[in-house]
Design a protein around this ligand. Structure first.
Ligand SMILES: Cc1[nH+]cc(COP(=O)(O)O)c(CN[C@@H](CCC(=O)O)C(=O)O)c1O
Length: 401
């Protein structure tokens, strides 16, 4: 018999498993509000026009070959990615203090950063927000870090538990790593204000805590690439060291191309170059070198002024549609007189609404209304359209009434 006969069946992923359940449902009224992937008003995935343009240029360029990239990836892409998150005028970039490696989207960037820290950083404890993206604890644990939580979300106000956050980070061991969502916190949609970010930065720097930013939604939260990078830029501006993982899955619609980057901002250029040499030793035995196509699309767009501008317009349009969905859902619940205060739907930011519905209510909505969402009550607003808002509002109304 099989040498693997002892293996037990693993559960489906709490987020990606929702899509599997959705696909199995034959109901015409089914609605997938699980995975954070943008859908148009027609409910279809979107390939940005500017991405199609870039791909056409790449296909037409007969000089392009399919050679291996270097371990650190496409050099143009790395430079342009650092500029995008840190700012075109970033002193850290001018002083050559930033090392950037192309990784497999946001997840890969987080994993490479985690493995690097587990191998080279003296403090192996990382504090992640409570709640956070479900994959975070798994990535950091598997990398060999010890994962702890800091209070972040306040169910009572459905807002930020700022006092709890400050207390927990204030009592973390000095030097501990702290994972921060750059913007559009997943799953809560609750972000610190700029003033609160400044207090977090001061506290972290005074305690020698190491910031590791996860930037998966730059431009998607507010519609502005610069606004959504402010938290990261505040930390870099103080001259301190920062890690930041970037994903182009959502803001450029490159989900399946797996395009991302890890940047480590260091004290000086010499450290940055030694850090890069060690990052290569993490990457080589993991996947050797990254895929060429997606990074070429991003580099083509970011290096061309017109395409970059076109991208910002399409990105804003996606962000605006999500904001419209928030307003429509809020209005629909108010029109139904649905019990409870639903203002968090329009206060929260980014792709998700953290509804506050519990797992029983979610199960009811799936069973009776074929609404697919994560059991923690998170819904992807990107999965909604004007046509389907009433159906969701009916389901929520029935679930809480
Ligand atoms: C905060 C965060 N960080 C990193 C990622 C990784 O994305 P990628 O660049 O594809 O590796 C995601 C995607 N999370 C949404 C997509 C599905 C998934 O869980 O993955 C989600 O939460 O629905 C995040 O929400």
């Amino acid at each position: 018999n099989s040498v693997f006969s002892h293996i037990v069946r693993a559960p489906e992923d709490p987020i990606l498993g929702v899509t599997i359940a959705y696909n199995k449902d034959s109901s015409p009224m089914k609605l997938n509000l699980g995975v954070g992937a943008y859908r148009t008003e027609e409910g279809k995935p979107l390939v940005l026009n500017v991405v199609r343009q870039a791909e056409q240029l790449l296909v037409n360029d007969r000089s392009r070959v399919k050679e291996y990239l270097s371990i650190t990836g496409l050099a143009d892409f790395n430079k342009l990615s650092a500029k995008l998150i840190l700012g075109a005028d970033s002193p850290a970039i001018q002083e050559n203090r930033v090392t950037t490696v192309q990784c497999l989207s946001g997840t890969g960037s987080l994993r490479v950063g985690a493995d690097f820290l587990a191998r080279h950083y003296h403090q192996r404890t990382i504090y992640i927000p409570q709640p956070t993206w479900g994959n975070h604890p798994k990535i950091f644990t598997l990398a060999g870090l010890s994962v702890k939580s800091y209070r972040y979300y306040d169910p009572a106000t459905r807002g930020l538990n700022f006092q709890g956050l400050l207390e927990d980070l204030g009592s973390a061991p000095s030097g501990a790593i702290v994972l921060l969502h750059a913007c559009a916190h997943n799953p809560t949609g609750v972000d610190p204000t700029i003033d609160q970010w400044e207090q977090i930065r001061r506290l972290m720097r005074s305690r020698g805590l190491l910031p590791f930013f996860d930037s998966a939604y730059q431009g998607f939260a507010s519609g502005s690439l610069d606004t959504d990078a402010q938290s990261v830029r505040m930390f870099v501006a103080d001259g301190g060291e920062v890690l930041v993982a970037q994903s182009y899955a959502k803001n450029m619609g490159l989900y399946g191309e797996r395009v991302g980057a890890l940047s480590i901002v260091c004290r000086n250029a010499d450290v940055a170059s030694r850090v890069e040499s060690q990052l290569k030793l993490v990457i080589r035995p993991m996947y050797s070198n990254p895929p060429i196509h997606g990074a070429s699309i991003v580099a083509t767009i970011l290096k061309d002024r017109n395409m970059y501008h076109e991208w910002t317009l399409e990105l804003k349009a996606m962000a605006d549609r999500i904001i419209r969905m928030r307003q429509q859902l809020f209005d629909a619940l108010r029109a139904r007189g649905t019990p409870g205060d639903w203002s968090h739907i329009i206060k929260q930011i980014g792709m998700f609404t953290f509804t506050g519905l519990n797992s029983e209510q979610v199960a009811f909505m799936t069973k009776e209304y074929h609404i697919y969402m994560t059991s923690d009550g998170r819904i992807s607003m990107a999965g909604l359209s004007s046509r389907t808002v009433p159906h969701l509002a009916d389901a929520i109304h029935a679930a809480v009434a």
